[in-house]
Ligand binder design. Structure first.
Ligand code: SF4
Length: 402
């Protein structure tokens, strides 16, 4: 398969791989299309990129459908963009499958269903697979900084090419989530959580451990083809508690670094300011400088719509709420943010409040509500809401139970 070249698992307990390469000759061309018809835009950009003969090839379409939410919220890929990819690759003779692996607590099939993607895929007679259901291949990552191995769904080894179809979003920990970060859904089950729980590297570095881990992962797992859904993006507190933003663009490329760089530029973000993108491109020897990328059409800058970045402190949005966030992952931040958005008025009698999330706390002060399994060890006598990720209704229950 592409992007992940399996050789043998027998002797070392690992699947040995070659370094990051896709089967498609990378060029630095990115096609962009603007307009209010996401389906037509997606077909348009796919027709303009230089693809090899995909007739008879097995293609995995990997949208961002990792959460059980309704379409139109910009949290998951627009079903019409996935539909366009299904139609395009089927028309050129490829054997198309749609697959996803989700956050914990939900299943890929229920997420594909709720996001409206399953409807589009089913009516085209295209199969869907649960990437979390297949056993994991334990992949060694040579010269890793923090992630020495990754457990990746073995289902993806059945495919010749992977098409990453993310939605254009900001991300509270990674600045943005685009085609490279979207590949994290190919990790098996809890492995997605482990990526957030890795110890810092022994030699101090400026980058966050999560960015380093994504860069390590990218050396064994990158998409061959990219289709970025920027019809309705998500700004602010992405990847799941932000605000939808209409951008009306779709991008395609066979170069994930170039595609993510151009998408970031359209979001008003310098590609070099996105640590995981900079690190992954450096390791691949690819440029993310806009000047080095061939972008069609030349007036693409007319479609730049600067995105609001995620706030540094989520408690800023909620007076008298303090969140002690120490190395949490986006699932805990999203749960807590959703809880506060929904229930802030109802918990007026309990203010001021202090919440702790994340695995990095030395001491959690008395009177803090600890949220998520990561806080268990340092919770002490404080109230605890278990779960990984925790459930918003349990937070309310813990607060209101005497
Ligand atoms: S408990 Fe929360 S912060 Fe910890 S891994 Fe689970 S979701 Fe992430």
């Amino acid at each position: 398969m592409s992007g992940l070249k399996l050789q043998s698992t027998k002797n070392v307990g690992y699947v040995i791989i070659n370094t990051m390469k896709t089967k498609i000759k990378n060029n630095n061309f990115v096609a962009v299309c603007h307009g209010n018809n996401a389906y037509a835009n997606a077909i348009n950009v796919l027709e303009r990129i230089d693809l090899p003969d995909l007739s008879g090839k097995k293609i995995l379409l990997k949208p961002n459908a990792g959460r059980k939410v309704q379409p139109g919220k910009a949290i998951t890929t627009n079903p019409h963009v996935v539909a366009a990819a299904c139609d395009f690759f089927k028309k050129i003779g490829a054997e198309v499958t749609v697959g996803e692996g989700t956050i914990l607590g939900v299943t890929p099939f229920e997420c594909l269903e709720s996001t409206g993607i399953a409807d589009e895929v089913e009516k085209r007679g295209i199969p869907m697979i649960d990437l979390d259901a297949a056993p994991a291949d334990k992949i060694e990552i040579k010269d890793a900084v923090v992630l020495n191995f990754a457990r990746i769904s073995s289902a993806i080894t059945n495919f010749d090419y992977i098409v990453s179809i993310p939605v254009m979003k900001t991300h509270m920990h990674c600045v943005v989530t685009l085609s490279i970060k979207n590949m994290k859904g190919c990790l098996k089950g809890r492995e997605k959580v482990r990526l957030h729980q890795l110890p810092q590297p022994s030699t101090p570095v400026n980058e966050k451990t999560l960015d380093l881990a994504i860069a390590d992962l990218s050396t064994v797992l990158i998409p061959d083809i990219v289709l970025i859904d920027g019809s309705l993006g998500l700004e602010g507190l992405g990847p799941s508690a932000g605000t939808p933003k209409r951008v009306d663009v779709v991008l395609a490329s066979t170069n994930c670094f170039a595609a993510d760089a151009v998408a970031a530029a359209i979001m008003g973000i310098k590609p070099e300011d996105i640590p995981h993108l900079r690190l992954t491109a450096e390791r691949a020897g690819e440029s993310i400088s806009i000047d080095d990328i061939s972008i069609d059409p030349s007036n693409w800058r007319d479609w730049i719509k600067p995105f609001e970045l995620p706030p540094k402190e989520i408690s800023l949005n909620f007076p008298k709420v303090e969140v002690l966030d120490c190395e949490s992952c986006s699932a805990c931040v999203s749960t807590l943010t959703m809880f506060l958005k929904r229930n802030y008025k109802d918990i007026a009698d309990y203010l001021p409040l202090k919440f702790a999330i994340g695995k990095g706390h030395d001491v959690i002060p008395e009177g803090t509500l600890c949220v998520g399994n990561c806080t268990i060890k340092k919770c002490g006598d404080n109230k605890l809401v278990k779960g990984c990720p925790p459930v918003a209704s349990d937070i309310l229950k813990a607060l209101t139970d005497n």
